[in-house]
Each structure stands twice: as structure tokens, then as C-alpha cells.
Design a protein around this ligand. Structure first.
Ligand SMILES: *Cc1c(COP(=O)(O)O)cnc(C)c1O
Length: 340
């Protein structure tokens, strides 16, 4: 099918050049027609609000080559809605949902040969990006915005399916304040987690887990993915907190868990409950589900679930969501969107 020299089974999660990206500009109160760009570099005003004041939002979603050969996008309207929540919070021009969907479809079609074949665990990662590209030196919103959608083929984020990883809590760092910008997808949230994340990697942990910034009593989420736990009595528990980014993956898993007969609880989750879970995991578009079997906080070590592998319920959640995404089973929810 493809003439590209990509080893689809060895793809990780990193930038890889595809054909082109789509780019729209908002000027004088309206969005332009958009165009495809092959150049990976953009020219941006030296005084743009994105560069100086972090007026940027991003999204992440995936397109899959399904079993029937068609390429479909997973729940793009959810990302459109979330990007507009982010835009509103940091005073950027909104991207109408229809424009967002058109941009995503155009980008996927123009890079269609980069969608990994069915039967690999890969996907085309879609990265929408919105930022203030006009000049301001006083702190005011930009009058010009650029909206870009780039794509790249990706494999798995961490090596090997549902292999459990270790997480760490650093009480000397917070990710997001309760009434700050933790619930929207601004670039700066990732900047805030880079130092603790580099430290975590150096110390041998795959992920860091953040507690609520006010009391360090409740579980918030991991740096780039949501937290959920499964209990022995078939409950899916995920934190309710004002500083969590609402994950599309988490919402999908809640729905699937409910339809599998589990009770879904979205509520404040005290850290002291951690070792009462039969399994805990990180979830997000890039990782889908990453089980966590060990959490280290200072001198305390918490072992969660079986030391190797995972419990069958977690495996079933993973199998269900990935089978829908790859078109291996019928999509009972209408989550997959055709390109046309
Ligand atoms: C993007 C993101 C997630 C995952 O959201 P998905 O929609 O599932 O990809 C989780 N936490 C944070 C902080 C994020 O930025």
C-alpha cells in the first residue's frame, strides 16, 4: 500500500516529518480559507503573544486505518470543544467546530500514506495548535491568531501494551492551581511539568503523579494523562477536581466501564485510598492506558495490583477502546468519524 520506508512496528512517539500541515490565519476578525504548507518552519512576529506570554493552546487526537481499509478519526468534535474552552480561558479567537473538523480532515487526507497499516498498533497522531501570532508588548490578547494542524505517524508511547510502570509523587512540585489553567490545554502546563518530569525519568519513573495543589491530600492526575483506579468490587474511580484536564480517553473509558457493568465514580479521591485499588492507570490519547503498579512518595512505596501484568478488567477496557479505534469491532457509540 505504501511506498514509504517506515518500519511501522518500530514507531515510537516522536516528531516525524509527513507531507505537509494545514495553516489558517485569523486577521481583522475572521479566519482565512486556510492552506497546505510543506515548509515545517513558520515565520512569526518577534513580539507575538505566543512567544512572550504563552498565548497558546494545543490538542492531540488520532486517526486510524480501520479493518475495512477506511481511515477514521477518533472523536474530533471533543477536541474541537476543548480547544475552544482553552481559547476562551486565555482570550484567543475561537476556532468554529466546522473549521476545526475541516482542518483535521484536510490534514489527514493530505498525509494519508502516513496512517499506519491496520494490524500495527500505530496511528496518525494529529496535533492542532492555536496561538497568538500578532504583536503585543503590553499584556493584552493578540489581534492575530494562527491555527495549525500537523500530523505524524506514531506507535506506542511506552514500550509494550499493558506493561505496568512506576510513578512518583514529588511533594515539592505542583502542576496546576485549583482555579488556574490546569483544566485547559495551554502549552505552559507542560512547561511547568518538565523539570519534575526530567527528574522522574532520571530517577527511573515513567510518570509523575500530582496531588491537589491546595492540600496535597487528593489525587489530581499525571503530568500528561488522567488517573483512574479499579476496585475489587468492580468500580471505576476517577478524581473530580478543578485542576484536572478533562481527558477524552477517560470519558470514553468511563462509558465503556459503565457498559461493562462497572459502577463509575467521579469524585475527590484521597491519596490515602491509593493502596485500596486493584489497579490504577494513566490514560490519554498518546498512551491509551498505562497501568501503574508502584507509586513512590518520599520514603513510602505503595504496591498496587499484581507485580506483573494486570487485572482482567483493565485488559478488557484496553481491548474494547483499542478495538473500536482500529475498527476491529463495530463502533457502538458513533465515535469514529469518516474522512468525507
Ligand atoms: C491532553 C492531556 C490529557 C489527556 O487527554 P486526552 O484527551 O485523553 O488525550 C491528560 N492530562 C493532561 C494534563 C493533558 O494535557
Amino acid at each position: 500500500m505504501s511506498t514509504l520506508s517506515i518500519d511501522w512496528n518500530k514507531l515510537g512517539f516522536q516528531y516525524l516529518r509527513a507531507n505537509c500541515h494545514v495553516r489558517y490565519v485569523y486577521r481583522d476578525g475572521k479566519w482565512d480559507q486556510g492552506r497546505l504548507e510543506e515548509d515545517e518552519n513558520i515565520s512569526i512576529h518577534v513580539a507575538s503573544t505566543a512567544l512572550h506570554y504563552g498565548q497558546t493552546a494545543f490538542e492531540g487526537l488520532k486517526a486510524f486505518r480501520c479493518k475495512d481499509g477506511k481511515v477514521r478519526i477518533f472523536r474530533p468534535e471533543m477536541n474541537a470543544g476543548r480547544m475552544n474552552n482553552t481559547a476562551r480561558r486565555i482570550c484567543m479567537a475561537p476556532v468554529p467546530e466546522s473549521l476545526f473538523l475541516e482542518a483535521v480532515k484536510t490534514a489527514v487526507k493530505a498525509n494519508i500514506e502516513y496512517v499506519p497499516p491496520h494490524g500495527t498498533s500505530g496511528a496518525l497522531y494529529i496535533r492542532p495548535l492555536l496561538f497568538g501570532s500578532g504583536p503585543q508588548i503590553g499584556v493584552t490578547p493578540s489581534r492575530e491568531y494562527t491555527f495549525i494542524v500537523l500530523t505524524m505517524p506514531v506507535g506506542t508511547y511506552y514500550k509494550g501494551g499493558l506493561t505496568p510502570v512506576s510513578a512518583v509523587i514529588y511533594d515539592e512540585y505542583d502542576r496546576a492551581a485549583p482555579l488556574g489553567v490546569g483544566n485547559v490545554k495551554v502549552g505552559g502546563n507542560y512547561a511547568a511539568s518538565m523539570e519534575p518530569h526530567e527528574r522522574a525519568k532520571q530517577e527511573g519513573y515513567a510518570v509523575e503523579l500530582y496531588l491537589d495543589a491546595k492540600e496535597h491530600k487528593y489525587i489530581d492526575e499525571f503530568s500528561t494523562s488522567n488517573f483512574f483506579g479499579l476496585t475489587a468490587d468492580q468500580k471505576y474511580v476517577t478524581p473530580d477536581s478543578p485542576s484536572i484536564l478533562p481527558s477524552v480517553t477517560n470519558k470514553c473509558l468511563q462509558r465503556i466501564a459503565k457498559d461493562m457493568g462497572m459502577v463509575v465514580e467521579r469524585r475527590p479521591v484521597e491519596f490515602s485510598e491509593i493502596d485500596r485499588f486493584a489497579a490504577i492507570a494513566a490514560c490519554g490519547t498518546a498512551v491509551v492506558i498505562t497501568p501503574v503498579n508502584r507509586v513512590v512518595r518520599g520514603k513510602e512505596v505503595y504496591q498496587i495490583g499484581p507485580p506483573q501484568g494486570t487485572i482482567p478488567e483493565l485488559q478488557r477496557l484496553y481491548d474494547q477502546i483499542t478495538s473500536i479505534q482500529h475498527g476491529d469491532i463495530p463502533d457502538p457509540y458513533g465515535w469514529m468519524v469518516d474522512l468525507e
